[in-house]
Design a protein around this ligand. Sequence first.
Ligand code: ATP
Length: 319
Amino acid sequence: MTYFSLRKVSKTYESQTALHEFSLDLDQGQMIAVVGESGSGKSSLLRIAAGLMNQSSGEVWLGDMQVLSPSQKLVAGYDEIKLIHQDYQLSQSTTIEENIARPLLLFDPEYRKSRVEKLLRQFGLERYRERLPRNLSGGQQQKVAIAQALAVEPEVLLLDEPFSHLDTIQKHRLIFELKELLQESGTTVVFVTHDLDDALKLTDTVLILQKGKIVQKGNSRELCLHPKTRYVARLFSPINLIPDRFDSYIRPADVRLRTRGELLGHVIDQRFLVHYNSLLIRLKNGGEVWEVDDPARKYQIGDRVYLHFDEEQVLLLRS
Ligand SMILES: Nc1ncnc2c1ncn2[C@@H]1O[C@H](COP(=O)(O)OP(=O)(O)OP(=O)(O)O)[C@@H](O)[C@H]1O
């Protein structure tokens, strides 16, 4: 049963359309990632979903409660719906423990204490409880911000690229820990990011946003095998334009390298990666540069190679 829904939500800034009739239905406890490049409307979407920004049209619902926009409500926002940004706003003059307890000041002190203890434990922050935020790493501070948002046990958590300040290892660890915690608490989550890899670490349900419109929705397999646009295809790997053919592309892993053939090129660069070497090959006719995987690590800069591919691997992408 649909629990959190956005119904034909649009947002226009002056003459610029940031979101166009965006609709989304989530079940309770469901997690979805919205992937889009910079300017595709992700932040506008989350601010409207949290009741923190006026939409131009459309509605947001949580169960049978309509989420009102700031122009319809005296105090904008809801305890049930929490938004976390990359710029965490922790109070720098109070301890980690006090920061997490801040949203609970009006709650029963016994409950407050037990809730804060639980969050400190769940996020592995117990030994930092007396420290000030500036004495923690970026990843630890982001954990505190998330723990603070979860203190009031929101029904819906909206994550706006909250991990982008962290290094890759820290980020993936935090996403993994958070996923477990959120699954356990049955929180409904919308995670917006420009990074498909981050998105897939949290959930396999992904929605692709381009210029304020949903261009595709699916799991990683569907999106990878049947991308609808060049942008969706490029989220998984580079794509190479096939010369003299219209809108036809091939992925680096789907190209085979031989010493004979028709499509000739020269290796101009080589990179060592975990499972293969990644080559840059300049095609002889037209000068197009292809990125190609070399799993046998056989080719060197300067080598002449012929490129082959199967017709069924060719992606036809018009936009
Ligand atoms: N206050 C504003 N006034 C005018 N235009 C705005 C305003 N806020 C956002 N926009 C425009 O609306 C579009 C969507 O912006 P939004 O911030 O929602 O995208 P985003 O996907 O979150 O981008 P980023 O990943 O760079 O934060 C962009 O083209 C942006 O320039």
